[in-house]
Design a protein around this ligand. Structure first.
Ligand code: UGA
Length: 439
């Protein structure tokens, strides 16, 4: 089977490489010449564990190739995946100009039947806009070529994208014809070995599933953050409450970890987009509006604790910060809680020295010289009045506290991810503040 994947961003590159791994011939397209040249050499422009090795293997086997020509890429393919970006436009809604631009280009060049699949996260109704754009181009050309559109949302997580793609919990495909179903069933057969389902549904439901999934997960997190804050006030321990409720299989023990709020390129954007879609239909999604408000507040929780400890004026105070990425195993800093924390602390007059195992380049690109950058996790602690844990990288879990206490001005830790045991930390003489565990 031959497929084309348009867009070699996060989703496109993982999709293309993982399909190639099953033996499919994949041609990936990107307008960025530099990126295409890099990828041809096996250089992966993003940080994603396991992706470089997988790409190299499939390049060696000639199962994947990269081009800037969409026309060439779609020539012999059975299916075209659209995986280009949908950046938020001025009012925050998804800008579809890239998706629809690709659709038009496909319409201008296709010569035989294809399934045209939307893989990017797009508002409900977009796949039919893709269909209309392709049809318009075919009419312009005065040709009648059959095609189908399909919606195939992606559920992979940054940091475990390859594994999530190769062993999915489920695959959701929105289709409108048996012919498209047959193509999609064949493509995804190798991924169903773990017995998880391939779910076919109508296109609207498929597009909606993506938003509902991310919104439900974001809801779990905001709910737990709200409960955690109350736990502190009443003297309860959210870790115990989490275990207590998580062992009920109806609730489940995943995605109920309180922290500094959810970030990344997906949850914030998708929650907002769904709220906006509902508003457009005259329906107010009250729960999701609260989810967003709670998350906004949660990103400043650590700052509130810092103010309580040091006072509102932080001039002359210097903080060490561990973790800049929005979560471990990625260098992605989009909507990262670290950005809000840094901004607020600086506004109060503090200086900051930060370290992240992989996001240092990204941080320098975004934050420039507004903070100092440490060479490792201990370098961060030099002369710090407190250490702030923002991202729960494994290497922060068992530090040498004796080294830390020698380097720091004051033995104080603000832990936004509850990675330490409060009793142990207090026993070794540190002031310790965490989330939802009465200090
Ligand atoms: C999320 C979804 O989990 C994927 O299924 C989806 O495909 C993806 O969005 C997308 O739409 O493309 P991702 O953004 O990579 O994936 O990150 P997650 O691992 O879901 O974490 C999101 C945020 O929630 C992070 O800031 C994380 O720290 C936070 N989180 C997660 C918590 O605060 N508590 C938890 O218990 C779990």
């Amino acid at each position: 089977m031959n497929i084309a994947v348009i867009g070699t961003g996060y989703v496109g590159l993982v999709t293309g490489t993982c399909f190639a791994e099953t033996g499919v011939n994949v041609v990936c397209v990107d307008i960025d010449k530099k990126k295409v040249a890099m990828l041809r050499n096996g250089e992966v422009p993003i940080y994603e564990p396991g992706l470089d090795a997988l790409l190299e293997r499939n390049l060696d086997k000639n199962r994947i190739s990269f081009t800037t020509s969409l026309q060439k890429a779609i020539k012999d393919c059975d299916a075209v995946f659209i995986a280009v970006g949908t950046p938020p436009d001025e009012d925050g809604s998804a800008d579809l100009k890239y998706v629809l631009g690709v659709a038009r280009e496909i319409g201008q060049h296709m010569e035989d039947y294809k399934v045209i699949i939307t893989k990017s996260t797009v508002p409900v109704g977009t796949s039919y806009k893709v269909k209309a754009a392709v049809e318009e181009e075919l009419v312009q050309r005065g040709v009648r070529i059959p095609f189908d559109v399909a919606s195939n949302p992606e559920f992979l997580k940054e940091g475990s994208a390859v594994d999530d793609f190769l062993k999915p919990d489920r695959i959701v495909v929105g289709i409108e014809s048996k012919r498209a179903e047959k193509v999609m069933r064949r493509l995804y057969k190798p991924f169903l070995m773990n017995g998880h389902p391939l779910l076919f549904m109508d296109i609207f439901s498929s597009e909606m599933t993506k938003y509902a999934a991310n919104s439900m997960l974001a809801t779990k997190i905001s709910f737990m953050n709200d409960i955690a804050n109350l736990c502190e006030l009443v003297g309860a321990n959210v870790d115990l409450v989490r275990k207590g409720i998580g062992s009920d299989s109806r609730i489940g023990n995943k995605f109920i970890y309180p922290g500094t709020g959810y970030g990344g390129s997906c949850f914030p954007k998708d929650v907002q987009a769904l709220v906006r879609t509902a508003d457009e239909y005259g329906h107010s999604l009250e729960v999701l509006k609260a989810v967003e408000a709670v998350n906004y507040r949660q990103k400043t929780t650590l700052v509130e604790k810092i103010k309580k400890h040091f006072g509102n004026d932080l001039k002359g105070k210097h903080f060490g910060l561990w973790g800049l990425a929005f979560k471990p195993k990625t260098d992605d800093m989009r909507e990262a809680p670290s950005l809000v924390i840094i901004e607020e602390l600086k506004a109060l007059g503090a200086t900051i020295r930060a370290y992240d195992p992989v996001a240092m380049h990204e941080a320098e690109r975004i934050l420039g010289d507004s903070i100092e950058y440490a060479k490792d996790e201990y370098d961060v602690a030099i002369d710090a009045d407190a250490l702030i844990v923002v991202t729960e990288w494994s290497e922060f879990r068992m530090p040498n506290f004796r080294i830390l206490e020698k380097l720091m001005n004051e033995r104080t830790i603000f832990d936004g991810r509850n990675i330490y045991d409060p009793e142990e930390i207090e026993e070794i003489g540190f002031n310790y503040y965490s989330i939802g565990r009465a200090a």
